[in-house]
Design a protein around this ligand. Structure first.
Ligand code: FAD
Length: 766
């Protein structure tokens, strides 16, 4: 709820800064078009790491036609394809944020260009733009890339024609994305019409306001249950936000199959009518009435089951796929290029006891033959893991392509595609076999986006199943989509199993599944202590049984690693090296900021519960060696706040940490056990001790505040982004507030300043 409020505040602030300027714009992409068409053209630029921003940008481009507009689209870094300095059309930016607030890889160049200090303050005075920033409030620098681009464009004289949207993946991007896009069309038309009347004139100093209606959108909860802009506006509710709204229906009437499904038909406005009686629609293929059942992945309850639906536009198909028998696979070349380092796992240790809730493993890589993998404390590296063989087989069989698994996949763009900026995915190598493609190139476990679900509708034979899939991708079914698909992290294979009448072509999967992502891990060792070795620690992720997932499953990479080392797993850190070890593909991902202070005399505080302790083991190993090598150098105080559930079950690195304390490398070790205290507690017993790291931090607040505020020291946080990092952040604000007798806002500013100075650093994931 807090995040939603922050997000609402962001949007509200953005709306307050809503500005409009008539423009004299020029786009290279539109330079050769007919004037009337040019008056309808606008440009979309996206920066995308995992494909979300790109897919939203492509969705906007596709929908443009329904509004009588023509969109050009380009990735931000392809700056030879567009010209924002002399833009003659409105520009819409859609940008995500990655890592610790960094720009996506394909917008780094653009960000570098606009950040040049030599640019004049009117450099982009001709640019009239709207910006949709994607982020996740679970991470500290929410929408940082979008915000950075936005503020820099403003500094360079560019003008908004529409309020900036900040969409939060933590609560569901669509909460902001859907209404933002709805309002965009009227804003673009307003921009274009003023542009037409002001043609060949330059930007006026005095802004004239656009003819864009601002309406209030009410959001009642973080779960997306109420994001309908057609609802009655709330006059002055703190939960309301301004968005420019053009009362449009985001839908596309398209295929005959939409209207031929029993129980559902599509009107010309894309709103599906309920044409069958309720009992008919509540009866599944088995003939069992579903009215008494709970809602699930495959079954809905009223009012959703009776509702007319706004379904998204059907994404245009863009790939032709053929399978050839006689080609030779060259797939290993790609693996070599992407992940050049193939390193053996020399040791595997289970750090947690068998009865621990989570299983934490330490793996040691032998990097003696791969010096490029040598890490500094604070660095992380990436592991490329394949999709699980049984899942690939299941998918092949579901697609009816098992026999062709060793055929080479040939991809080309469809001549008739309407998809703007369509490209053959660059991460699929030429001549790779179908099996290789499904194993190493596509994230087959990724949660199908609504556009994908919408596309699957077209290949679903059974009417009831088609209706349910329509619900899941519709505006009205947003809460069900979040509950049954997004939050439980179902995969396309789960949908194919739950809806047996879906029969998609291979091309659809290649079009909609993103690139298989490598998984980063923090180095948990120092090269000084373990030359030629690199250790890391992880919890095996467990996905429980849920509607649509009849059996629990493990995380893709952690499950795979755990299986890979199952035969060599020991419980002692002194285990010998394994004679014929398995290998994994990795690449280094240096972190230039998450490092111990370069001045060893400065004190620092480390907060790392659970596997978050990993980089601090590297910090402390390094420091211990440095202390031995330079006994004359003064070393500052070090604090470590660690936490786990039970002292005897999951206290990771206990002996090593106690050893650091004995040697004086670690000045203060503060450990708490979240479950032991509870279990030991009796009505007459002592009061419970601190349960979580933030409680211990608060107990030592004065020391920590001194280190940060008076001794120029640093504080590092590593681990779970969802809860711990936020709780620690709140605790630090509270600590600074109490220490300096400030109000909340002032304390927040001080913490933000420490972050700016790189003295408050986070390495968090979740
Ligand atoms: P996946 O199959 O990718 O699934 C993980 C996803 O599922 C996550 O989004 C998670 O939030 C979600 N999830 C987990 N459990 C559930 C559930 N029960 N229900 C629904 N959703 C769930 N991890 C470590 O363990 N140790 C490290 O040192 C480490 N260092 C990292 C450093 C960086 C810079 C980053 C970005 C991440 C780091 N991670 C680390 C996280 C790591 O990269 C992986 O994300 C993690 O190991 C899970 O990978 P996986 O493929 O097994 O899980």
């Amino acid at each position: 709820m807090v995040f939603l409020r922050l997000l609402l505040k962001d949007l509200h602030n953005a709306a307050e800064h809503f500005l409009w300027q008539p423009v004299c714009l020029f786009s290279r992409l539109s330079a050769t078009r007919m004037p009337c068409e040019a008056n309808r053209r606008f440009l979309i630029l996206y920066g995308s790491q995992k494909g979300q921003a790109q897919s939203i940008a492509e969705g906007i481009a596709e929908e443009a036609g329904e509004h009588g507009l023509v969109a050009d689209i380009s990735c931000l870094d392809l700056n030879e394809k567009y010209d924002v300095e002399r833009a003659k059309a409105p520009v819409v930016f859609v940008v995500s944020t990655t890592g610790d607030g960094e720009p996506p890889d394909n917008s780094l160049k653009f960000v570098r260009i606009i950040k040049k200090k030599t640019l004049a303050s009117d450099h982009l005075k001709n640019l009239c733009y709207a910006l949709l920033a994607l982020g996740d409030t679970n991470y500290a620098n929410f929408c940082n890339c979008g915000k950075t681009i936005d503020s820099r464009l403003q500094e360079l004289g560019a003008k908004h024609f529409y309020a900036t949207g900040h969409a939060d993946d933590g609560v569901g991007l669509e909460l902001v994305v859907d209404p933002w896009i709805e309002g965009l069309w009227e804003a673009i038309k307003g921009a274009l019409s003023i542009m037409a009347t002001e043609k060949d004139t330059h930007i006026k100093e005095t802004p004239s306001l656009p003819d864009v209606k601002l309406s209030l959108l009410s959001l009642t909860d973080t779960d997306g249950q109420n994001s309908d802009p057609d609802r009655e506006p709330l006059a002055s509710d703190s939960k309301s936000l301004f968005v420019a709204s053009a009362q449009t229906t985001v839908s596309e009437p398209r295929q005959a199959s939409l209207s031929d499904s029993p129980g559902v038909s599509s009107g010309s406005d894309g709103i599906a009518d309920v044409s069958k009686s309720e009992p008919e629609r509540q009866t599944g293929d088995s003939g069992v009435p579903h009215t008494d059942l709970e809602a699930s992945l495959t079954h809905s309850l009223p009012p959703l089951s009776q509702s007319a639906l706004n379904v998204p536009a059907l994404p245009s198909a863009f790939l032709d796929v053929s399978l050839q028998q006689d080609k030779v696979e060259e797939s290993s070349t790609l693996l070599n290029t992407e992940m050049p380092q193939e390193v053996p796992i020399s040791r595997a240790v289970q750090l947690t006891r068998g009865d621990s809730v989570k299983t934490a493993l330490l793996l040691e890589l032998d990097i003696s033959a791969n010096p490029a993998m040598t890490c500094l404390p604070g660095d992380s590296f990436e592991v490329l893991c394949p999709n699980r063989t049984p899942e690939v087989q299941q998918l092949l069989s579901r697609l009816g392509l098992q026999e062709q698994r060793n055929h080479c996949v040939q991809l080309s763009l469809r001549n008739d595609t309407k998809k703007k900026g369509a490209q053959v995915p660059s991460y699929i190598p030429e001549n790779s076999t179908l099996q290789h493609l499904l194993t190493w190139c596509l994230e087959i476990r990724s949660v199908p986006k609504k556009g994908f679900v919408r596309a699957l509708v077209e290949y679903t034979g059974d009417g009831m199943q088609r209706r349910r899939l329509q619900e899941l991708c519709s505006k009205q079914g947003s809460a069900d989509y979040n509950l049954f698909v997004r939050d439980t992290r179902l995969s396309v294979l789960d949908l194919l199993s739950a809806f047996p009448s879906i029969s998609p072509p291979l091309s659809l999967l290649i079009e909609h599944l993103p690139k298989l992502q490598s998984r980063p891990y923090s180095a948990a060792s120092s090269n000084l202590r373990h030359p030629g070795k690199l250790q890391f620690v992880f919890n095996v992720v467990e996905f429980p049984v849920c509607s649509g997932r009849p059996a629990g499953r493990q995380g893709l990479c952690t499950g795979w690693l755990s299986d890979l080392v199952s035969s060599m797993l020991v419980q002692s850190a002194d285990a010998p090296c394994w004679p014929s070890p398995p290998t994994i593909r990795t690449s280094l991902r240096p972190n230039c900021t998450f490092r111990p202070p370069s001045d060893p005399s400065l004190p620092f505080v480390m907060v790392g519960p659970g596997t978050g302790v990993a980089p601090f083991i590297g910090f402390l190993q390094q420091r211990e060696k440095e202390r031995q090598m330079k006994p004359e150098v003064p070393f500052g105080e070090t604090w470590l706040f660690f936490g786990c559930r039970h002292k005897d079950r999951d206290y990771l690195f206990r002996e090593e940490l106690e050893g650091f304390v004995s040697s004086g490398t670690l000045s203060h070790l503060r450990v708490c056990f979240s479950r032991d205290n509870q279990e030991d507690q009796t009505p007459t017993g002592p009061p419970p001790g601190p349960r979580y790291v933030q409680h211990n931090l608060l107990l030592n607040g004065q020391h920590v505040a001194d280190i940060l505020l008076k001794q120029n020291g640093c504080l590092y946080v590593c681990g779970d982004a969802k809860n711990m990092a936020k709780d620690v952040n709140d605790t630090l604000i509270e600590m600074i507030r109490a220490e300096l007798q400030l109000d909340q806002l002032e304390a927040m500013k001080i913490l933000a300043g420490l972050r700016e100075e790189k003295r408050y650093l986070q390495d968090i994931w979740g």
